[in-house]
Design a protein around this ligand. Structure first.
Ligand code: HEM
Length: 410
């Protein structure tokens, strides 16, 4: 390791790095772009070009069973199913067929056709926020339930206003088990909640077999790709996986959009005055504000050398999406939030065969979250940064609240 690299003495999980990963990522890109993280015996990749290449490098896989420290979840558990049959574990042919089945409703035209469902969910949670004063936890009341109820509504499991609080709480408990390297207690609680959630989804499947409706479960029951189809267990697991992949990400994305705009009042005023700027504003937030120091996880299928580093078979390689998004080789003045930038080629949704299936849906949700919020956020509303709390979940940190001072109504 170079002497410059040796002097990089940060802790990945220190509060300073978690709160503001960009200075460390800048140093890593400049001094040690494929950095060995001793604490976790893994590699952290921080340059756009390397991340771009490694996303499609056949010597790496997203299948966590190939990790040298992998611990197999209990037989018969949901997490065992995810590890053995989830999208990361499938061979190429089955993966392509599964993506076709699940993703068919999430193409740009598919998402346009469910735009009204998305808007109904967003409006349902925006309505009580009109005219509010004082401090509002925008995460609890707005951005957390929306993506969960959107997935519930698209799949057909729930609808806005119908059991959505119960569904949202159950789903949140299940989702926590998906965070990398969580404690056995969190995993066990998640598993218990999954049993309840799966019963709920199974009841919906039974109802849709009798009377199909315009939702994803009805579609998955009927859909076949050659000889391939999903049985009830497969449908339950896919709905749960969509909840896992598409809710926490979009919820924190919604919060990031609102915080970023409130922290940049000039941009906020421009978007208030011209709502057609929303898609490009969301696109810039996806570049500017997404991802902590970590990112997508890959595991080496063989020993190989990359940029002078010896990567061992079974080692974890982390592709830092914030590292890529703030690489000055690709984005000029990367630490500046500029809604006119409309950045191209962002890697926030990954790249290659596992590119985010829900990217179109996520963009639509984030756009609607911003649009509806502009109607209830009073001028002068401000984020109470010092009151934001986080909780550590495995190697991740997540916000648990986002207090915004709505003012006194004057
Ligand atoms: C802002 C919100 C979101 C972000 C930042 C995000 C990010 C990502 C990333 C980086 C990947 C690639 C992971 C890898 O290669 O290791 C991914 C995959 C995936 N995402 Fe998203 N995602 C978001 C929202 C959603 C939504 C709304 C859904 C669906 C409801 C969804 C479903 C999926 C699925 C199913 C995969 C796995 C695809 C595969 O393995 O073939 N995501 N997402």
């Amino acid at each position: 390791m170079s002497s410059a690299a040796e002097s990089l003495d940060f802790q990945l999980d220190s509060p300073e790095v978690k709160n503001n990963p960009y200075p460390v990522l800048r140093r890593l890109r400049e001094e040690d772009p494929v950095h060995y993280v001793e604490q976790m015996d893994c590699w952290l990749v921080s340059r756009y070009k390397d991340i771009y290449d490694l996303y499609t490098d056949p010597r790496l896989t997203g299948d966590r069973r190939k990790w040298e420290y992998y611990q197999q979840p209990a037989a018969g558990s949901f997490f065992r199913w995810v590890d053995d049959h989830g999208l990361m574990a499938l061979d190429k042919k089955t993966h392509t067929m599964q993506r076709r089945l699940i993703g068919s409703g999430l193409t740009p035209s598919g998402v346009r056709s469910i735009e009204q469902k998305i808007r109904d969910v967003v409006d349902h949670f925006a309505k009580p926020l009109h005219g509010r004063t004082g401090v509002v936890d925008i995460m609890k009341e707005y951005t957390t339930p929306i993506p969960i109820v959107v997935v519930g509504s698209i799949t057909g499991v729930t609808a806005p206003g119908v059991d959505d609080t119960q569904f949202s709480e159950l789903a949140q408990a299940v989702i926590r088990g998906f965070f990398g390297m969580v404690s056995p207690e969190v995993l066990a609680r998640s598993e218990r909640n999954y049993v309840q959630l799966s019963q709920w989804v199974k009841d919906t499947i039974r109802a849709r077999r009798e009377k199909p409706e315009d939702d994803l479960i009805s579609y998955l029951i009927a859909a076949k790709d050659g000889d391939f189809f999903l049985d009830d267990e497969g449908i339950v697991a896919q709905v749960s996986s969509m909840l896992a992949a598409g809710t926490e990400t979009t919820s924190s994305g919604g919060v990031t959009c609102l915080i970023t705009l409130l922290d940049h009042p000039e941009a906020l005023e421009r978007v208030r005055a011209d709502r057609s700027l929303i898609p490009q504003t969301v696109n810039e937030v996806l570049r500017y504000g997404f991802g902590g120091i970590g990112g997508s996880q890959r595991f080496a299928l063989e020993d190989f050398e990359y940029q002078g580093r010896k990567i061992r078979k079974g080692q974890l390689v982390i592709l830092s999406s914030a590292g890529a998004s703030h690489d000055p080789e690709v984005y000029a003045d990367p630490d500046v939030f500029d809604i006119d930038r409309n950045p191209q080629g962002i890697l926030t949704f990954g790249l290659g065969p596992h590119y985010c299936l829900g990217a179109n849906l996520a963009r639509a949700e984030l756009g609607n979250i911003v649009d509806a919020a502009l109607d209830f956020l009073p001028r002068g509303a401000r984020v109470l940064h010092d009151q934001i709390e986080t909780e550590a979940l495995g190697m991740f940190d997540r916000k648990v609240n986002c207090p915004i001072d709505f003012g006194d109504g004057s």
